[in-house]
Design a protein around this ligand. Sequence first.
Ligand code: GTP
Ligand code: MG
Length: 302
Amino acid sequence: MKASDSTGSEFLSGFIAIVGPPNVGKSTLLNRLLGQKVAIVSPKPQTTRNRILGIYQGDGYQMIFIDTPGIHRPKTALHQSMVASAKASLSEVDIVLMMIDMSSPASPEVPGILKSLRTTGRPALLAINKIDLGPKDRILPIIDTFHRRHSFEAIIPISALQGGGLDALINELKRWMSPGPAFFPGDMKTDQSELFLASEIIREKIFLHTRKELPYSSAVSVEKMEDRPGRDLLSIAARIHVETPSQKGILIGEGGSMIKTIGRASRIELEKIFGTRVYLDLMVRVEKNWSRDPRALRRLGY
Ligand SMILES: Nc1nc2c(ncn2[C@@H]2O[C@H](COP(=O)(O)OP(=O)(O)OP(=O)(O)O)[C@@H](O)[C@H]2O)c(=O)[nH]1
Ligand SMILES: [Mg+2]
C-alpha cells in the first residue's frame, strides 16, 4: 500500500489501527479526535479489552480508527484474547498508528510490537504521546532512536489529552487514505451498541474506584436496558462478574459503600450519554476464574 496521490475531489477513506503498550493514551486519542467518548479511559493499564471502532468524519474524507487493547505479555486467557485482537487489527488496516508514552519510550512491550509491525509489513506512523508532561528536549532523541529501530513513515509528537500535534497527525494520516466510499454514514461516530457502551462505562468506574487485582478480575454484562414509556427514564440492569467471594465482598464494600459509589458514578455518566434519567441496578456475581476460562470469556464478550 502506498500513500494516495489523489489530488482531485474524490472521496477518501481508510482504516487506521491504534496500537501500542498499555496505558500510553490510545483510547484518549480516539475520544479526543472524535470529540466524544467512545472508549473508556483510566490511569491503570489494560483498560481496553475489545477493539473499539471510531469514525472520524473530515471534509471529503472518512478515517476509521480501531482502538485496540494494549499489547503486553499475556498471562491469562483474557490477556491472550486482548493481545490477539490487537495484533489481528494490524493486518487489516491501511496504516498502523503505533503510540508510545514519552515518559517511557523503552517500555518492555516495544520490541514485540515493532516485531509485529515488521511481520505484517504494513506502513506505520509513530505518535509520541503525553508531550504535555515535558520536558521538550527529550523528544528529539526519542524520534532519533525510533527512526533507527523501524522504518516509520513519520514520527509525530502529540498530546492526546490537550490536543497538541493532532492537526499534524490527521494531515499525515490523510496521506494514507485512498479514493473509496464512506464506509459509515456521515454522522456516525462508532458502531458499538448502547448495551456495550453502558457495560464499558460501568467497567471504567470499577477501574477508577477499585484497586489491586479487582479491576482485572471484573467484567460487566448489561442484562436489560428498557425505556420506561412516558417517564423519561432508562432502566438498566447490569451484572458485575468477579472471580472470588472475597472480591465480591470488596466490590460491594462496607454497608454497600463501594457498589454505591460505582453505581452513582456510572449513572451520572450514563445520563449524560443517553440524555435521559437512568435507573441503574447493579448486581455482583462470582464467576470462578472467568478470566482464565475460554468459555466464560466468550460469554462475556472477549
Ligand atoms: N498528561 C497526559 N496524560 C494522558 C495523555 N493521553 C492519555 N493520558 C492519560 O494516560 C492514561 C491512560 O490513558 P488511556 O487512553 O486509557 O490509555 P490506553 O493506551 O488506551 O490504555 P489501555 O487501554 O490500557 O491499553 C489516562 O490516565 C489518561 O488520562 C496525554 O496526552 N497527556
Ligand atoms: Mg485503551
